[in-house]
Design a protein around this ligand. Structure first.
Ligand code: NAG
Ligand code: NAG
Ligand code: NAG
Ligand code: NAG
Length: 463
């Protein structure tokens, strides 16, 4: 009887103790290195050309190396690498200089695992793209790091002609280890989404998967063209997941011309590497998807709220999507009249995820974004969520709380990062580390166009 009672108390303590102490996970800064003390700095479209939320990837881990790309003060393209965890970087200069003072024109890196080539796509905004690729086996090895490792710079990707009106180049790796290239053709509010694939040394088109056509009516106005803006293109356990928002061509659909025509959060997934797509209910949708495709809106929001495009997303260990969106909640304003000043004053980030019962849940993250810019969401091995808000502020929530216990785990503002605002993260490195480490690429705030240091900070997740 006594023994039985002791065991019972022991069990009670065992089960109660963790429940009582359960809390949002911590993060710790494990290193912070400077890539370049004088990276180019200009603010356009509220952002920096060296650090943009949509970069896949501005910083990337492959094998035991980490890579990063940016523009130096003299506009040349720099690529750096280091052994994971090393304090110093080796840097080479590509034979290309930034063509326009436009923050869209980012440098983006990908690696094709089958042959270990490093692919670089850059410097486009509704223009032709610049692309180059390294020699085979350059990625993840100690091969000499010099510009001669890379081939000539072309406006095609390999021999595939993708046209001359390209924006948002992104690289992802499929479950069968093929590199894919995700990009927009056409322009903002009047564009399409495309997919290409690199197999056995050759790029081929997989085809268009989102289109501009269709009619959308709101606030008494009608818009007859748009473009999809994606929060990411994420493979996990054989499935590609995409969330995004539509941007309408016609400003007549908003309550005020100072707002943004972005509306709704959509979700689709593909089990065959982007050939066919399904909505959240598992119904195959016709390709390319459009604003009238049924069953793809998972969070409805009209264009009156300064909803941001191209924030971020991740997928949890159960294969469920988690998107990060941000806008001005209705309790502050029902009609955004200046998306820049209203987002800075009132903008909040929201965690939108698919719950185990299949429904989508949205939780407001209780911290001001304090910026026009975007945030990055990442999940650790236990599906706890980490959101890097502008200025390198990291807020976290535990999966066990149902992602409700949002806590400031690292305050980049008070820690003196002096980050411009928006950052981009090393998503391949997160996965490669078993979701224990997160690399954050950020550039220091500057003024009057003076160049500034660009950094990679590594954070240890959990604990
Ligand atoms: C660098 O690029 C220019 C064209 O922009 C080309 O004329 C020149 O040959 C290139 N140099 C090397 C070393 O590839
Ligand atoms: C891969 O490409 C090489 C040369 O381009 C070709 O000879 C070979 O047949 C290709 N292999 C496959 C499986 O397509
Ligand atoms: C589905 O799960 C979510 C999150 O746990 C919950 O808020 C919601 O009420 C559930 N919906 C139904 C229909 O059970
Ligand atoms: C983060 O640091 C900034 C600057 O010191 C401070 O104003 C802000 O209140 C801090 N945020 C939190 C949630 O502690």
């Amino acid at each position: 009887m006594l023994l039985r009672l002791t065991l019972t108390l022991g069990h009670l303590l065992f089960f109660l103790w963790p429940a009582v102490t359960q809390a949002a996970p911590g993060v710790s800064l494990s290193s912070n290195t400077v890539l370049d003390n004088s990276a180019i700095y200009f603010v356009s479209y509220d952002g920096l050309v060296n650090v943009n939320s949509f970069q896949l990837n501005g910083v990337l881990t492959y094998g035991s190396y980490q890579y990063a790309g940016w523009y130096a003060a003299d506009k040349t393209v720099k690529l750096a690498r280091r052994k994971t965890g090393a304090t110093s970087w080796e840097t080479l200069t590509l034979n290309h200089s930034l063509v326009a003072q436009d923050s869209h024109n980012v440098v983006t890196l990908g690696v094709s695992p089958a042959d270990g080539r490093i692919h670089v796509a850059m410097d486009c905004h509704s223009t032709r793209l610049y692309y180059t690729v390294s020699a085979a086996s350059a990625a993840g090895t100690a091969v000499g790091w010099s510009a001669s490792l890379f081939g000539s710079i072309t406006n095609t990707i390999g021999s595939l002609n993708i046209g001359t009106v390209i924006t948002y180049p992104q690289f992802v790796v499929t479950p069968s280890n093929l590199l894919q290239f995700v990009y927009r053709t056409g322009v903002s509010g009047n564009g399409d989404y495309q997919l290409a694939e690199y197999n056995n040394g050759t790029w081929t088109s997989v085809g268009q998967w989102a289109k501009k056509e269709g009619s959308y009516t709101q606030n008494g106005g009608t818009s007859s063209a748009r473009s999809l803006y994606i929060h990411g293109f994420t493979y996990r356990d054989g499935r590609a997941h995409v969330t995004g928002t539509w941007r309408e061509n016609s400003g007549s659909v908003t309550c005020n011309s100072g707002g943004l025509t972005n509306h709704d959060t959509v979700y689709i997934y593909s089990d065959d590497a982007g050939r066919a797509w399904k909505n959240a209910a598992g119904t195959t949708v016709s390709k390319p998807i459009s604003v009238t495709t049924s069953g793809i809106i998972v969070d409805s929001l009209n264009p009156d709220h300064g909803l941001m495009n191209q924030e971020s997303q991740d997928v949890d260990s159960n294969g469920r999507i988690h998107a990060l969106i941000s806008y001005v909640p209705g309790r502050f304003k029902q009609c955004v009249t200046s998306y820049q000043s209203d987002r800075t004053a009132y903008g909040h980030a929201f965690h939108v995820y698919q719950a185990s019962n299949g429904t989508f849940v949205k939780v407001e993250i209780p911290f001001d974004i304090g910026s026009v810019g975007r945030s990055q969401i990442a999940l650790d091995a236990n599906d706890n969520a980490y959101v890097v808000l502008p200025f390198g502020r990291i807020v976290t929530a535990s999966a066990s709380s149902g992602w409700t216990d949002w806590t400031m785990a690292f305050n980049g503002s008070s820690q003196g990062l002096n980050a411009f605002g928006e950052v981009t993260v090393d998503r391949p490195g997160l996965v490669a580390s078993g979701r224990k480490n997160l690399g954050v690429l950020y550039q220091e705030k500057s003024s009057n166009g003076a160049s500034s240091p660009i950094h990679v900070a590594q954070f240890t997740l959990g604990g």
